[in-house]
Design a protein around this ligand. Structure first.
Ligand SMILES: Nc1ncnc2c1ncn2[C@@H]1O[C@H](COP(=O)(O)OP(=O)(O)OP(=O)(O)O)[C@@H](O)[C@H]1O
Ligand SMILES: [Mg+2]
Length: 256
C-alpha cells in the first residue's frame, strides 16, 4: 500500500507543484516507486514542472469517463522509470470529476507503489476537497510571507476535519540571508506558531525547477534530500545552509 500524501496550501503560487515534482524525483532517485497525481484539474502544471507535457496522451478525465484505465494514462519520467504522473485536464472541466471518483482513481493506483503524491489546487473549495479526500497524509506548503502563513493556518484547521492522520509543514522560498539578519521569521518559528510539525525548509532559489535537482549538488537538491529523509522517517534534520548554522545565527534566531 502506498503512502498517499496531498500537497496543499490555501494560498496560490507558494510552490505546491514545484515541491510535488521535486520531492517525487528525489524519492524516485532513491529507488522508491512514486506516482504523482495532478489534482489541479483544468490548470495542469505538474506535467510542465516535470518536463513531461509533450508526452501526455491521456488525462484524468479520460480515466474518470472510462475511456482508459488509470494505469494506462500514466506518463513515465525519462530519467526515473519508477516516477509516473497521472496528468490533469487541459481545459476547465473541474466539476466533472467528483471527490468520490477521484478517490477511487487514486485507490486504483495504490498497488505496488511506495508513494502517491497529490498536487492540490490553490484555495479550499471543491478542488481542495477532492484532493484531500483521497489522501491520508498532508504536506502544507507556505512561504514565510504573512498572507501565505495565514492561509496555510486556515488550511491546517480545515484539514483537521478530514480523515487525514498526519499533517506537516514545509516552508518554501526561505531567504536565509534575511533569517540570519533577524529580518525574516525562521521556518522553525513559523511551524511553532502554527503548531505543526516542520517537515522541511526550502531555500529561495533562482534555479528552482527540475534541473536544479539533476546534479544533486545544489542547495535546493540538499534541501529536498533533507525533506525526503524526514518524510521517510530517516532523520529529523531540517535543512539550513552551512553558514546559517553558526552560534551567532542561532542567537540571532532566538530573538524571535
Ligand atoms: N524555492 C523557490 N525559489 C524560487 N522560486 C520558487 C520556489 N518554489 C517555487 N518557486 C516558483 O514559484 C512559482 C509558483 O510555484 P508553483 O507553481 O509550484 O506554486 P503552486 O503553489 O503550485 O501554485 P498554484 O497555487 O497556482 O498551483 C513558480 O514560478 C516556481 O518556479
Ligand atoms: Mg500548482
Amino acid at each position: 500500500m502506498a503512502r498517499t500524501i496531498v500537497v496543499a496550501s490555501g494560498k496560490g503560487g507558494v510552490g505546491k507543484t514545484t515541491l510535488t515534482a521535486n520531492l517525487g524525483r528525489t524519492l524516485a532517485a532513491r529507488g522508491r516507486k512514486v506516482t504523482l497525481i495532478d489534482a489541479d484539474i483544468g490548470l495542469n502544471n505538474l506535467d510542465v514542472a516535470l518536463d513531461m507535457e509533450d508526452r501526455v496522451v491521456y488525462d484524468i478525465l479520460d480515466v474518470a469517463e472510462g475511456r482508459i484505465s488509470a494505469a494506462e494514462a500514466l506518463v513515465q519520467d525519462k530519467d526515473f522509470p519508477e516516477l509516473k504522473l497521472l496528468p490533469s485536464v487541459k481545459c476547465g472541466v473541474s466539476d466533472k470529476i467528483k471527490a468520490a471518483r477521484f478517490a477511487a482513481i487514486t485507490a486504483l493506483l495504490n498497488m505496488g507503489v511506495d508513494y502517491l503524491i497529490i498536487d492540490a489546487p490553490a484555495g479550499v473549495e471543491s478542488g481542495f476537497h477532492r484532493a484531500v479526500c483521497a489522501a491520508k497524509e498532508a504536506i502544507i506548503v507556505t512561504t514565510p510571507h504573512l498572507s501565505a502563513v495565514k492561509d496555510a493556518d486556515r488550511t491546517a484547521r480545515l484539514l483537521s476535519t478530514y480523515d487525514v492522520r498526519s499533517v506537516g509543514l514545509v516552508v518554501n522560498r526561505v531567504r536565509y540571508d534575511l533569517v540570519d539578519r533577524g529580518e525574516a521569521v525562521p521556518p522553525e518559528k513559523i511551524a511553532q506558531l502554527m503548531r505543526l510539525r516542520l517537515l522541511g525548509a526550502l531555500p529561495e532559489s533562482d534555479l528552482i525547477g527540475i534541473n536544479a535537482l539533476c546534479g544533486e549538488r545544489g542547495e535546493s537538491a540538499r534541501a529536498y534530500a533533507c525533506l525526503a529523509d524526514v518524510i521517510e522517517g530517516r532523520s529529523d534534520r531540517i535543512y539550513s545552509p552551512p553558514d546559517s548554522r553558526g552560534i551567532f545565527s542561532f542567537f540571532r534566531r532566538r530573538t524571535y
